[in-house]
Design a protein around this ligand. Structure first.
Ligand code: 6GU
Length: 273
């Protein structure tokens, strides 16, 4: 996979040299190029932004530098043999970044990211490139960052670990929280390793029992417990067919019950723990 990032803060993308993404690059699974947007400015101050038409606060990134930088990025990539680019535009106004979108992006051969500062990029830039390649506006969550660079780091890490040969163990992402179909969209429960006692705290006996069926049941119960506590919306949204008899027993213990439509919701009479 090839990844291009065009930014006014190339140094912000340094973490792409580290850890999993760095290893994916070293292993030849990932070719990452970071381009300084200011290379595509020609005035004395290397200006990339101007005031918004219609007024309002902040500044808007100008068409000129983005157009030239993206034309050169695309030309360089095609020259190097890359193909089928997708333009990924990080913006708090984008579609939510999810594991499903990470899986989709991991199947693409070439991603071009345009992290913006200020109030965003003049809209004609995405309109123009949308005539040439798919453009995805993506948000990493319901909060506002000062720029899209951190979002590029997030998206790149989520995508890189899905590339064949990067994680080593293919099973490691089959049961990730949010992996499509995994655990019917429950969060993963707690995990333990040696030593068996730490500061007087042991580990659940079942994990030492060697009884795979009971261990799987315990993990499922803990996943339900954690999901109820941290992401009750996932239980409410879940297809009730995903919950078997034992799941229903656990949900009942946790104070959840099926409503008239079969979907689970909190039992209004239950006492919160
Ligand atoms: Cl992709 N960019 C910015 N600036 N803020 C965000 C975001 C992106 N996703 C959530 N907040």
């Amino acid at each position: 996979m090839r990844i291009d990032v065009v930014t006014i803060f190339p140094e912000y993308l340094e973490p792409l040299n580290v850890s999993l993404v760095g290893k994916a690059r070293a292993a030849g699974r990932l070719d990452v190029r970071v381009r300084d947007l200011r290379q595509s400015t020609y005035d004395r101050h290397n200006t990339v932004d101007d005031t918004p038409y219609g007024g309002g606060p902040g500044m808007v990134m100008m068409t000129g530098p983005w157009g030239e930088a993206l034309d050169q990025t695309l030309a360089d990539g095609y020259e190097a043999g890359a193909h089928h680019p997708v333009l990924v535009v990080p913006t708090p106004s984008g579609r939510p970044f999810t594991q499903a979108l990470a899986v989709d992006l991991a199947e693409r051969p070439w991603l071009v990211f345009t992290p913006a500062r200020y109030e965003g990029i003049d809209s004609r830039v995405t309109a123009e490139y949308a005539t040439r390649l798919p453009v995805l506006e993506v948000s990493i969550g319901d909060y506002v960052l000062a720029g899209g660079e951190a979002a590029v780091l997030v998206i790149t890490e989520a995508v890189a670990r899905l590339l064949p040969g990067v994680l080593g163990n293919a099973q490691s992402h089959a049961d990730d929280s949010f992996a499509p179909g995994a655990m019917a969209d429950l969060l993963e429960g707690p995990v333990y390793t040696k030593p068996p006692t730490w500061r007087g705290r042991g580990i659940p006996d079942v994990l030492l029992s060697g009884h795979h069926g009971r261990i799987a049941r315990w993990r499922r119960d803990e996943a339900l417990r954690r999901t109820v506590a941290n992401r009750p919306d996932l239980i409410e949204r879940a297809d009730p067919a995903a919950f078997g008899k034992k799941d229903r027993e656990m949900l009942s213990i946790l104070g959840w019950q099926p409503g008239p439509d079969g979907r689970f919701g909190p039992n209004p009479d239950a006492v919160e723990e």
